[in-house]
Design a protein around this ligand. Structure first.
Ligand code: ADP
Ligand code: ZN
Ligand code: ZN
Length: 751
């Protein structure tokens, strides 16, 4: 196969990869009308069977390799630059999918011409100078709170604007912030906001005036980055900086340095990091040069951004994992903020990890790659300790403030035993409320909440399609399956023995909410969990409501641990801290530490009440000890030792192959054969093949599941061999088509 980027003669045929799980490209004829205009990387529409598909040209040819060739139907405007095609090839081979499937993740959705609607314009700013200056602490704000008591969205927008220094472009408010036009117009109608057509003062000036002088740690970190940029070679750098140490400031300045030199930059943030406060900061510094990609964008909007990036109009791209594929002109730097975040791993094919892709892209294109975190992943920390990455430390908060004090409550003590909220936590919550400050109560829950069990015979209410217990929902008195959505009314008696002694066990957010309301009567609690955040904006809305200061307590699951910075929060309470620790995953200690650090970081800057209370049944666990001393390094030293001993990542690689089928017998026979074949193929390598075994949840949506785990120094050839065996066995057992494979390289989840 030839891979000429530039056609010398005018080739008559193009080899095209399609978004199907077939690795071979298909040959199509280039019609006369397109002669000379088709090149490698072009996106074309082609007939495939009876359908039309859009694919990518990966090679040109003068001869056809098969008889009966059909012509390309249409040539699209978007194309895949050579560097991104190379990246797609790497993804395909490393993560085990076809190039066509990898390309799908890289390019924005394929589109015909779209209607371009007139864009809203202007800058909205807070009219009252006193309010603008004084912000949320001012008298004027208290007045506004009263005026807008019945207009919560308007108050949320006003508060958001104040946190963004009192002004923001109208397109940002309606776009990234997600406010409806009526909300904005409402505030303008009340005279509280003004919309001006004028351009804002140079966005770059803002940076200088806001942060006058970098701290020592910031300057030396920035110098390391600038050095790496000057070298114009692949240089990975890990910034290990506590929350509030000023990492984002370093990102902004590094990106600006790149722009000043005429280059471009990508900043990856977890989806949750795209909340208003963060986006406003990038907007303020980079104005129209920045493209912000987020999940609420429609297909046409994504497409338009892609085109603007290609044209060089947007030179900084901020976005979640897919932003790593942005076709930024003269790319010099990729920043991965919160590099340990699980959301960088894509759950569907291709199951890539954006941090790994960023590093590979960095190597291919000779870039500086900056990974930043308060709690770096074991993988990155190990590379830094082995000097494969440069390590920059920022151990102190910019404010000079101390890290929040962490207090452990032993739930086995008599006073706490049997309670959901210990007397100590309730006491502290009460104090915090009285002082007019806010608290966050974090329920460290993974997996399933309240279940219904018969006290007489032990019967457990289960889903009829999946092997999981049903979760009790007080609203509507229903039992629901969190996997497939099956629901039924709560039983009045046991399904098996008809006893009426049913037990509602486990702790869910709804239960904690009731408890809070009972122990702290009259206190408004804002609950954030999967139920209250349904819908596109649910999550953001709750955070916005909380930021207005009207709710003393925010209660929720993982979702409350990241994102917004709430100045009013003085206390964080963690309920059932060990739930995460007991989770069957080799990363459970690491994740628990990271999560608790995140949530602790929400607590005030060490005011008299500032603090974190962790309730635990095993307060002696090392995770809590290191957490209390804020010593992530020591924790990781111990954790890495455990990983090395047990041969887990980052000292080994893991591939998880899970298959599902309707028939348990067919599935098991297949998996046994595949595992045996894999063991034979890998006999000389130090790779173990575990399984096949049933996963934690052996049946989902009426399909049985079995998994096989490969663990060890797995190389490309090993993966190819095992996948080859899979295809051979499938081929041999024709009719076994009903088996579905999920091939997950470097899995982040083992459910
Ligand atoms: P991180 O990303 O590490 O959590 P940020 O960059 O968001 O930290 O900084 C935390 C806060 O400190 C922000 O409000 C930021 O504007 C401010 N800040 C950062 N650097 C400085 C500095 N050198 N001087 C004063 N304030 C700073
Ligand atoms: Zn029973
Ligand atoms: Zn189910």
């Amino acid at each position: 196969m030839t891979l000429d980027l530039v056609a010398t003669s005018t080739p008559r045929f193009a080899r095209v990869v399609l978004p199907i799980p077939v690795d071979q490209p298909f040959t199509y004829e280039i019609p006369d009308a397109l002669a000379g205009r088709v090149f490698v990387g072009c996106r074309v529409d082609v007939p495939f069977g009876k359908r039309a598909m859009s694919g990518i040209v990966v090679a040109l040819a003068d001869e056809a390799d098969v008889p009966r060739i059909r012509p390309i139907r249409e040539l699209q405007e978007t194309y895949l630059p050579a560097t991104l095609l190379e990246l797609a090839r790497w993804i395909a081979s490393y993560y085990g999918c076809s190039i066509g499937e990898a390309v799908q993740a890289v390019l924005p959705p394929s589109l015909r011409r779209t209607k371009v609607t007139a864009k809203p314009t202007g800058i909205a700013s807070v009219s009252n100078p006193e309010l603008r200056r004084g912000g949320e602490g001012s008298e004027a704000y208290a007045t506004a709170q009263r005026t807008l008591a019945r207009a919560r969205r308007q108050l949320a927008l006003l508060t958001e604007l104040l946190s963004a220094d009192g002004e923001a472009p109208v397109p940002v408010i309606l776009g990234e912030w997600g406010y409806a036009r009526e909300i904005l117009d409402g505030l303008v109608g009340r005279g509280m906001l003004r919309i001006d057509a004028a351009a804002p003062s140079s966005p770059l000036d803002a940076l200088e005036t806001r942060v006058e002088q970098l701290t020592g740690a910031q300057s030396s970190t920035l110098a390391t980055v600038v050095d790496a940029l000057r070298a114009r070679e692949f240089r990975p750098i890990l910034i290990h900086g506590v929350t509030g140490s000023g990492k984002t400031e370093v990102y902004l300045r590094a990106a600006r340095h790149v722009l000043d030199e005429g280059g471009g930059c990508i900043v990856l943030v977890p989806e949750i990091g795209l909340l208003p406060q963060a986006t406003a900061r990038y907007r303020r510094v980079f104005g129209d040069l920045v493209a912000i990609i987020h999940s609420r964008l429609t297909g046409p909007e994504r497409f338009e951004i892609w085109e603007r990036i290609v044209r060089g109009e947007n030179r900084v791209v901020v976005g979640p994992r897919s932003a790593v594929f942005s076709p930024v002109r003269d790319l010099r730097l990729i920043i991965v903020d919160e590099e340990q975040d699980e959301s960088y791993k894509q759950d569907d094919k291709p199951r890539y990890h954006a941090r790994s892709v960023a590093l590979v892209r960095g190597r291919n294109e000779k870039l500086a790659v900056l990974l930043g975190s308060a709690t770096p992943s074991a993988e990155s920390l190990r590379h830094a300790r082995e000097k494969k990455y440069q390590l920059a430390r920022m151990p102190e908060r910019v404010s000079g403030g101390a890290m929040p004090e962490i207090e452990l409550v032993d739930m086995r003590e008599p006073a706490a035993r049997g309670t959901i909220l210990s007397p100590r936590l309730v006491e502290r919550l009460d104090e915090t409320i009285r002082s007019g400050k806010q608290s966050i109560v974090f329920l460290n829950k993974r997996g399933h909440a309240r279940y219904v069990q018969c006290s007489a015979c032990g019967w457990l209410a289960m889903c009829k399609n999946c092997d999981v217990s049903l979760t009790f929902h007080r609203v509507g008195d229903r039992l629901k399956c969190h996997l497939c959505g099956y629901e039924r009314a709560s039983p009045a008696q046991c399904d098996t023995c008809a006893s009426r002694q049913l037990r509602y066990a486990g702790t869910g957010t709804q239960r904690v909410e009731l408890e809070l309301k009972a122990l702290l009567p009259g206190v408004a609690v804002l609950r954030m969990d999967a139920d209250t955040t349904a819908g596109k904006d649910g999550h953001r809305r709750i955070l916005e409501d909380f930021s207005t200061g009207q709710y003393p307590i925010l209660l929720g699951t993982q979702m409350v641990t990241k994102g917004h910075h709430f100045p009013g929060v003085e206390l964080v309470g963690v309920v059932s801290a060990e739930d995460g620790l007991n989770f069957p995953d080799f990363r459970s200690a690491e994740r628990t530490f990271q999560q608790l650090t995140q949530v602790a970081g929400r607590s005030g800057r060490g005011g008299p009440l500032g603090g974190v209370i962790i309730q635990s049944y095993c307060p002696d666990h090392p995770v809590f000890r290191y957490l209390q001393s804020h010593d992530y390094d020591a924790f990781m030293t111990e954790e890495l030792e455990v990983r090395r001993t047990l041969n887990y990542p980052p000292f080994a690689r893991i591939v998880m192959a899970s298959c599902s089928a309707v028939s348990a017998a067919v599935l098991n026979a297949f998996m046994e054969e595949w595992a045996a074949a894999s063991r034979q193929l890998l006999a000389d390598r130090r790779i173990v093949v575990l399984g096949p075994t049933a996963p934690l949840i052996p049946r989902v949506k009426n399909r049985y599941r079995e998994q096989m785990l490969l663990k060890g120094p797995i190389g490309q050839a090993d993966k190819d061999a095992v996948l080859g065996a899979y295809r051979r066995i499938m081929e041999k057992r024709k009719g076994t088509r009903a088996i579905e494979l999920r091939w997950d390289v470097d899995p982040e989840s083992f459910l």
